[in-house]
Design a protein around this ligand. Structure first.
Ligand SMILES: NC(=O)c1ccc[n+]([C@@H]2O[C@H](COP(=O)([O-])OP(=O)(O)OC[C@H]3O[C@@H](n4cnc5c(N)ncnc54)[C@H](OP(=O)(O)O)[C@@H]3O)[C@@H](O)[C@H]2O)c1
Length: 333
């Protein structure tokens, strides 16, 4: 028997229960992984709540979670790329984030093709904090908009898990970065991670604050907040600028009239999902390797990681929803 955090219905953090479950031996193509560090992602909160992205109800009960690091305990038939004892990590198992979850558990059988071996310079906690968030950031800077010297990028919720990585990556490419943040603690963390300006967007109007810094508008907006920020951001983007939405922490972005994009300055909009970026296992391993290399070289810093016991996952969700703290959260089984 192993312990896992499951939900039997959608709802608030109170629906999360630590339960004993039976785990079968790994099947063909699978590896059994003993988790040592589990990534908490805002998508776990969305799955727990249920919602807009689901056409059909998910079969209950559900073990939450898409991301973990750990050690291979055993392998099933037809597995030749990992072996017992390997340190590994994964994020997603090849489907959309709301199906085939199962990382909030002491152990899990994972398709071996979805595992990446962890380099010696990357701790299990770093891997669990970074893979899904870092590859989301990579899907933006690789596919949607690559910042360069001379660009100014507006990054909403710059002190979030994904936001801090986008800030550092954009600075690495030579751009100027304006972040928005929810409180003064986050403001300091964002500045410490390289933000050139950090706007307290719950206290001041971020459009006029941004225009005050770059009167001509920003080259691109990276937005994981959604409803509260995305459409408003049209007004602080330079002509021919790009707005990338990658999340809905405040709610779903309302439908956009495409004519508005012309009237606001021939703007482009893009909505990235990391599931497509990670769809191909070879690309996942290659992209994870590049991410780990940036961490090992100190380009992406991980000082802001916070940890909670897996048994306290519901409290960790409450804190994430309260949005009081900066940086990524890792659950320790
Ligand atoms: N597209 C993809 O495939 C993909 C993959 C991973 C993550 N995401 C999305 O990326 C975003 C960031 O993820 P994360 O794991 O880095 O999250 P996180 O660290 O928990 O940060 C989320 C931040 O969003 C801001 N926020 C604004 N309105 C909020 C609200 N009503 N409730 C809670 N937070 C609110 C808060 O920052 P302030 O206090 O500064 O406002 C909060 O700290 C999420 O929307 C997530 O769903 C998308």
């Amino acid at each position: 028997m192993i312990q896992a955090v499951r939900i039997h219905s959608h709802g608030g953090p109170e629906v999360m229960r630590l339960e004993e479950i039976e785990l079968p031996p790994p099947g063909p193509g699978e590896a059994r992984v003993r988790h040592t560090a589990i990534g908490l992602n805002f998508s776990d909160i969305n799955v727990r709540r249920g919602g807009f992205y689901q056409k059909d109800p998910l079969p209950m009960p559900i073990i939450l979670g898409n991301e973990a690091a750990g050690v291979v305990l055993a392998i099933g038939d037809k597995v030749d790329d990992v072996k017992a004892g390997d340190r590994v990590g994964y994020c997603g198992v090849g489907s959309n984030f709301f199906v085939n979850t199962g990382a909030y558990a002491q152990e899990r059988n994972v398709p071996a093709s979805r595992l990446v071996k962890l380099p010696d310079g990357i701790t299990d906690i770093q891997a669990a904090a970074l893979m899904l968030k870092g590859l989301t950031a990579a899907s933006i800077v690789d596919r949607a908009f690559r910042p360069k010297a001379g660009d100014t990028i507006l990054i909403h919720a710059a002190a979030s898990g994904v936001g801090l990585l986008l800030v550092q990556w954009s600075k690495h490419f030579g751009a100027t970065v304006i972040g928005t943040v929810g409180n003064t603690t986050k403001q300091q963390v964002a500045l410490d991670h390289g933000c050139d300006h950090a706007i307290l967007y719950r206290e001041v109007d971020f459009v006029s604050a941004t225009r005050g810094i770059v009167p001509g508008g920003v080259s691109a907006v990276f937005d994981g907040v959604g409803k509260d920020t995305f459409v408003k951001s049209f007004d602080c983007t330079a002509p021919f600028g790009m707005l990338v939405n990658y999340g809905n922490a405040s709610g779903h972005v309302p439908p956009i009239d495409i004519l508005q994009l012309s009237l606001k300055g021939s703007l482009s909009v893009c909505r990235v999902g990391v599931s497509q970026y990670l769809g191909d296992p070879a690309r996942f391993r290659e992209a994870a390797g590049r991410l780990f290399d940036l961490v090992e070289r100190g380009v992406l810093r991980t000082a802001a990681i916070r940890t909670h016991p897996l048994a306290d996952a519901a409290a960790a969700h409450r804190q994430a929803e309260a949005a009081s703290d900066a940086g990524p959260v890792v659950l320790l089984p």
